[in-house]
Write a protein that binds this ligand. Structure first.
Ligand SMILES: C[S@@+](CC[C@H](N)C(=O)[O-])C[C@H]1O[C@@H](n2cnc3c(N)ncnc32)[C@H](O)[C@@H]1O
Length: 293
């Protein structure tokens, strides 16, 4: 196996409190070079440097046994394009599983990226973020032999369109999932209760109030200047009244969701508990029944 990029050496001084375990991500790809900038820049680069994310790339061409390192072949039954052969990729999967067993004591879900998979969403990101990690299988050409699909734990699609390969989908999935891990997205003060939407808990409480965290899109943000090209920041945001700001933000989040994503709004509305019955009406009913008795 070609281990192109290793997590940083964990032999750095131990933190004062118990550090969260690194989220283990294995990516199987024929084009590991595509991940170059992604691995080292921004939050992903920092998370790797801090030992929160352990990311490993594996090029399964190294597992091809013929002299030309062939990983694809023509489809049985004819047709355009080439299909990824099962043997090299599954040999690589077996080697990755052995590494996972040795290094983290368990294997992580094998996720095959395919436009014919179930759409990836925030709930899936949350589910994976709560586990030890993920193994992502990036296809190319016409995709994988169907027997590789059978071996996968899940088939996941980034959306209803076709990419050239699974690498861009893998990057999106790693970002969306890893940022839900504790310690990944900073600044609880700016992301927490002050932002005004209190919701169900996720793996990283900081990320709950974002779009999709609680079934709603996020409310609008504004920063300086107060007036830009004649457009003013809503006065409520300058009022300093945090309770009113929280109410305004919730209303904005609900209005945006209703307007832009009726599908999300319907699911959100259906999941809300019914409003409590009004006390006055119940008293009147009691009085009514007393009259009848
Ligand atoms: C050109 S696509 C193959 C498309 C396949 N012939 C089909 O029609 O379903 C090559 C690879 O890109 C990846 N891919 C393409 N679109 C994707 C999407 N929407 N979500 C996830 N992966 C995708 C998959 O790994 C796939 O095996």
């Amino acid at each position: 196996m070609t281990e192109l990029t290793q997590a940083p050496d964990p032999g750095t001084p131990p933190p004062e409190t118990a550090a969260p375990r690194a989220f283990r991500t294995d990516i199987l790809t024929l084009f590991p070079g595509l991940f170059a900038g992604f691995l080292d820049e921004s939050l992903i680069g920092k998370a790797r440097a801090r030992g929160l994310l352990s990311l490993h790339l594996h090029d399964w061409r190294a597992f091809a046994t013929d002299k030309h390192s062939k990983v694809d072949d023509a489809p049985f039954g004819g047709g355009a394009g080439m299909v990824i052969k099962p043997d090299p990729v599954m040999a690589c999967v077996a080697a990755v599983r052995a590494l996972q067993e040795a290094e983290v004591g368990q294997r992580t879900p094998l996720v095959l990226l395919s436009p014919a998979g179930r759409p990836f969403d925030q709930a899936t990101a949350r589910r994976w973020a709560a586990g030890p990690g993920i193994t992502l299988l990036c296809g190319r050409y016409e995709g994988f032999d169907a027997r590789v699909e059978e071996a996968a734990d899940e088939l996941v699609s980034l959306g209803d369109y076709v990419l050239n390969g699974g690498e861009v989908a893998a990057m999106a999935i790693v970002e969306a999932t890893a940022r839900l891990r504790p310690g990944m997205v900073g600044n609880a003060a700016s992301l927490g209760s002050q932002r005004g939407l209190s919701t169900a808990a996720g793996a990283n409480p900081d990320a709950v109030e974002e779009s999709h965290g609680a079934g709603l899109l996020e409310y609008p943000h504004y920063t300086r200047p107060r007036v830009w090209q004649g457009q003013e920041v809503p006065a409520i945001l300058l009022s300093g009244d945090h309770a009113k700001i929280a109410t305004w933000r919730r209303e904005q989040a609900e209005a945006r969701t209703r307007e832009r994503r009726p599908d999300l709004w319907a699911a959100y509305a259906a999941s809300r508990p019914p409003p409590p019955a009004k006390k006055g009406r119940r008293r009147r009913r009691k009085a009514d029944s007393g009259d009848e008795g």
